[in-house]
Design a protein. Structure first.
Length: 203
């Protein structure tokens, strides 16, 4: 019998992958935290974070002293379980960003970091994140959009993984359709350049 291929992310138990890769030291985390501190100051903010892996984004926001109510989602059941054990003060749900089970306008800010590159494509996820956001959607890429677009699915012994680099034109066109404004910044850490899109949702 032929076995259906499965997503590597849905079953990985490698919760420390980002730290081992040195990716958790990237200043793109601080840029987003600083921006949220500037906007919200002492005001409490409700955040949805999509594709949480080891919960590093939650830990960084907490470290920075932001007053926030956090929900994190991920497709990986072992990852969600580990986040629940490490950070019981936050809410963690096993969920697919392509089909979020929240009503519209549920969170002040919806964040995703290093996630869209790992989806077959970005459009459904971006529309879902804007649907559940009240005010801001933040997207951080480790593969800054650049032409030509490359959609690459790699099959490994543990399952398949998408490693896409998107064309900026159609991506930014979609953001333009959903946002009243968006800021785009590139942040370097050695040879790793993260691109952040900080979007204000259209009222
Ligand atoms: C490269 S990690 C990034 C982790 C974290 N955001 C960070 O920056 O440290 C990508 C994460 O997205 C999750 N993921 C992949 N596809 C997903 C999907 N369709 N819905 C929700 N999470 C997904 C993976 O399980 C993994 O935890």
């Amino acid at each position: 019998m032929v076995q259906e291929p499965v997503s590597l992310w849905a079953q990985t138990t490698d919760v420390d992958y980002m730290r081992m890769e040195g990716r958790d030291a990237h200043p793109s985390y601080c840029w987003v935290t600083r921006k949220l501190m500037e906007i919200y100051g002492e005001k409490r903010v409700e955040i949805l974070d999509c594709g949480v892996m080891s919960g590093t984004t939650f830990a960084k926001l907490k470290e920075a002293g932001l007053d926030f109510d956090y929900t994190g989602i991920d497709v990986g059941e072992p990852l969600v379980k580990s986040c629940r054990e490490r950070f019981p003060e936050a809410r963690w749900e096993q969920m697919n960003v392509l089909d979020l089970s929240f009503s519209g306008d549920s969170f002040d800010v919806v964040n995703c970091r290093h996630l869209l590159e790992h989806l077959p494509y970005y459009e459904t996820a971006v529309r879902e994140m804007f649907r559940v956001a009240r005010r801001y959607v933040v997207v951080c890429f480790f593969q800054a959009p650049r032409d030509p677009e490359v959609l690459l699915r790699r099959d490994t012994a543990g399952g398949y993984i998408w490693l896409n680099r998107y064309s900026p034109g159609p991506f930014e066109h979609l953001l333009g359709e959903l946002s009243s404004a968006f800021e785009c910044v590139d942040i370097a850490h050695g040879r790793r350049v993260d691109r952040i899109y900080f979007c204000t949702k259209k009222p």
